[in-house]
Design a protein around this ligand. Structure first.
Ligand SMILES: Nc1ncnc2c1ncn2[C@@H]1O[C@H](COP(=O)(O)OP(=O)(O)O)[C@@H](O)[C@H]1O
Ligand SMILES: [Mg+2]
Length: 363
């Protein structure tokens, strides 16, 4: 790969006694969108603020095009930032909000007006240029905020939960729109979010953060299909937790031996939990099967089928809605895992006891 546009190396940040970022490493390529995804308080916004110069790291290096910018003040970093919401200047029209950064940079009035109008067209707000923030919806205000961030042709776009305050429909429209604009403008972008779906649909790569470190970084497909820990597996997407016995690097669940792919400390005979996604289980009609169809939920193109078994809590299987038509509630079925490997984790007390109880009864 060519030299990354942005490189964070061994960034450490503490607040008092608390280490918020612990030797964090991250790079962004040219025109790449990287999402930082993680639970609240894991250090996502702190990372973004350090990039923007709004906070300072205790240790580590920030390079933009190979040059250290640690000492460059925020206003000289040439970065466009969009926060969660309500960050527009209330006393300025959409056009004046967008032109604000250009004014600070000393751009002449005529050029400013032209650029502001172009950007408001880019975010589909041509009709609303002279409105004040109170006259616009939340989604429209965030479009203005995006146009304002882009007006200065920033080297890096920083988005901190830009869609979190919006309702579901608007959020999903704006995801597509932000991604379209980011790609057409070819701008390197860091997206901070706690919403896995948002990260999966928008970003080229996702770094999943947990307690001040990036646990795994990769394309959406890599994180979804090859998670390296139970935390990643459960955080990115939906999983079934299937308890089973651990033996020689494998776990036995639903009649299959699955190879454990992650590092772990289980020894033979331990109860572990396989984390298996709902679309990785096959349902087969079988009058002698030990599972029963409990419920079917149509979710559009696919249907979630919930099944019970004697040995564990309900299992969710996602299949095409057409396939689901073949199953009726109450029908006995057999299940099969369609993979040969899995991430494994520790069982809860309840999961372990249920499995032991089942084993006792079936012996
Ligand atoms: N200015 C600050 N002073 C003290 N603690 C802070 C400050 N900013 C953030 N923190 C703490 O740092 C941790 C990470 O915060 P943050 O980066 O905002 O998390 P996230 O954006 O992932 O939710 C949290 O525990 C938060 O309480
Ligand atoms: Mg935050």
């Amino acid at each position: 790969m060519s030299q990354p546009r942005i490189q964070l190396t061994n960034i450490t940040k503490t607040y008092g006694q608390k280490t918020v970022l612990n030797n964090l490493n991250l790079h962004l390529g040219e025109a790449e969108m990287v999402a930082l995804l993680g639970p609240s308080g894991c250090g996502k916004s702190t990372t973004l603020k350090i990039l923007a110069g709004l906070e300072h790291a205790d240790a580590g290096e920030i390079l933009v095009d190979g040059k250290d910018i640690s000492k460059v003040p925020t206003r000289k970093r040439n970065m466009g930032i969009v926060f969660q919401a309500y960050s527009l200047f209330p006393h300025m029209t959409a056009k004046d909000n967008v032109g604000y950064g250009l004014r600070i940079h000393g751009t002449a009035a005529a050029a400013r007006r032209k650029r502001s109008e172009e950007l408001l067209e880019l975010v589909s707000l041509a009709e609303h240029m002279d409105k004040y923030p109170v006259q616009m919806s939340g989604g429209q205000q965030q479009r203005v905020a995006l146009a304002r961030a882009l007006a200065i042709s920033p080297e890096l776009l920083l988005l901190d939960e830009p869609l979190s305050a919006l309702d579901a429909k608007v959020r999903s429209q704006l995801r597509d729109e932000i991604r379209r604009i980011q790609l057409s403008e070819g701008i390197s972008t860091l997206l901070v979010t706690h919403d896995q779906e948002e990260a999966l649909v928008m970003a080229d790569r996702i770094g999943v953060m947990n307690a001040g470190i990036i646990e795994q970084i990769g394309t959406p497909g890599e994180l979804y299909n090859q998670p390296n820990s139970p935390f990643i597996s459960e955080f990115v997407g939906v999983v079934n937790r299937l308890p089973g016995f651990y033996q020689d690097g494998h776990i036995q669940v639903l009649g299959s031996q699955l190879l454990a792919t992650n590092e772990h400390e289980f020894t033979n005979g331990d109860i572990a939990v396989a984390l298996v996604r709902p679309e990785q289980i096959e349902v087969l009609a079988d009058p002698a099967g030990s599972h029963t169809v409990l419920n079917k939920q149509l979710r559009g193109i696919f249907t979630s089928v919930t099944l019970t078994g004697p040995e564990r809590s309900p299992i969710r299987v996602d299949m095409s809605s057409r396939s689901a038509d073949a199953f009726e509630i109450g029908q006995p079925v057999k299940l099969r895992v369609e993979r040969t490997d899995t991430v494994i984790g520790s069982p809860t007390k309840n999961e372990a006891e249920t499995l032991k109880q089942y084993q006792k009864e079936s012996n």
